[in-house]
Write a protein that binds this ligand. Structure first.
Ligand SMILES: [Zn+2]
Length: 110
């Protein structure tokens, strides 16, 4: 995947994420209105929205960092070991900052 394509995909993802985050942040109001009729389910809905918001916010940050790497000309290289991130991985996750090995190491450390 060339850098121009990667950048376009990242920018599309950013627009999409901004929209999702906006909807999710607006959700508590909708949930509260809804819960007047159905008091039992509001907590679960709010928790779900909060969890999705956390995921979307983290992904948004990753996408912004990936766009920065495109601008710095280092996109597609693992931020830890500097080796090229495999094409297939970037196709699946254009915002990926690390190769599979480094990502695995990082996740095990947590
Ligand atoms: Zn690596």
């Amino acid at each position: 995947m060339d850098v121009t394509t990667a950048r376009e995909r990242l920018e599309d993802m950013l627009v999409e994420l901004d929209r999702s985050i906006g909807v999710l942040q607006g959700d508590p109001v909708a949930v509260r209105e809804h819960s007047a009729a159905d008091a039992g389910s509001d907590l679960t809905d709010a928790d779900g929205a909060q969890a999705m918001l956390t995921v979307a916010t983290a992904q948004r940050r990753a996408v912004i960092e990936a766009i920065k790497r495109v601008e710095e000309g280092v996109y597609g290289h693992c931020v830890d070991c500097g080796r090229p991130v495999p094409e297939g991985r970037l196709e699946a996750r254009p915002e990926a900052a690390r190769c599979v090995q480094c990502q695995g190491k990082r996740e095990r450390r947590r």
